[in-house]
Design a protein around this ligand. Structure first.
Ligand code: PAF
Length: 282
């Protein structure tokens, strides 16, 4: 039976016991309201490790003042059922005060990869992500940690952080999971009304179009991006935050498709900001 704990002490005790038994530990960091995308991370972690910890924590530090922290969906009972069915062993669900006690004033920050893409419209976001993920790494001390490619910039940032700060943890990237009609799974999809849900398909249409352009031989990233933007602009409910091509390793803009190139977008559908992307390796 899965264990749900709320304190750092309880996580440390469970992990200490597992380590005594010589078991390996995987960590799946999440903000809860788990869907098939998260399940694919838990499945992979269960396959790779003897014990799996899933953290469920809506991290206030990574939300800007006008963002959807209060509105962010939560359902610990459903999350527990999903994790248990997938074979995870422990859910860590702390209160914000457990993670950030009074007087908290230390942060993990990064230059470079966090400045582009989502970093432009969400200036404090990655500082919050890097800080909480560092804390989770220090609390759980896993062998491996699992991150979805849907948050491609986050994945790249975490990899860089692990390298820069010498965390002895393997970062395992997991592919994007999509609905049958192509929409990338996201907890924020629940904000969409039926008309917006339909309109949101423009993101995966733009992804498919962009990928097709590259497969057809286009190497000028600006031309690929322009084609993707033109596709999105056909949808009246869509408003582009960004569509850009960057080097997946350092998240710096590139003019030519070469090496691992990330084409990433953030698009508002009504009030809901959705992201999607694809990576090519040439
Ligand atoms: O991807 C997420 O859900 C969050 O950014 C993470 C990694 C759990 C940190 O809060």
């Amino acid at each position: 039976m899965i264990q749900v704990v709320h304190t750092i002490k309880e996580v440390r005790e469970a992990v200490r016991q597992w380590r005594k038994e010589g078991l390996t530990v995987g960590l799946v960091p999440t903000m809860g309201y788990l869907h098939e995308g998260h399940k694919s991370l838990v499945d992979r972690a269960v396959k790779d490790n003897d014990r799996v910890v899933v953290s469920v924590f809506v991290n206030p530090m990574q939300f800007g003042p006008t963002e959807d922290l209060a509105q962010y969906p939560r359902d610990l009972a459903a999350d527990t059922r999903l994790c248990e069915a997938a074979g995870a062993h422990l859910i860590f669900n702390p209160e914000p005060e457990e993670m950030y006690d009074e007087g908290f004033c230390s942060f993990v920050d990064m230059n470079g990869p966090t400045a582009e893409l989502c970093g432009k419209s969400r200036p404090i976001h990655f500082r919050g992500v890097c800080t909480v993920v560092s804390k989770l790494f220090n609390i759980v001390m896993p062998d491996k940690a699992y991150f979805g490619q849907k948050d491609a910039q986050q994945l790249s940032v975490i990899r860089r952080m692990v390298k820069d700060l010498n965390f002895p943890i393997e970062i395992v990237p997991c592919p994007i999971v999509r609905e049958a009609d192509g929409l990338a799974k996201s907890s924020r999809n629940t904000y969409l009304n039926p008309q917006e849900r339909q309109a949101a398909l423009v993101l995966s249409r733009a992804v498919n179009l962009g990928r097709q352009c590259v497969e057809n031989g286009e190497r000028d990233t600006h031309k690929v991006v322009e084609a993707m933007k033109a596709c999105i602009e056909q949808e009246p409910l869509a408003r582009i935050d960004y569509v850009e091509a960057v080097d997946f390793q350092n998240i710096q803009k590139v003019d030519v498709v070469k090496g691992e190139t990330l084409f990433a977008m953030a698009v508002y559908i009504g009030k809901t900001r959705l992201i999607d992307n694809f990576i090519v390796n040439i």
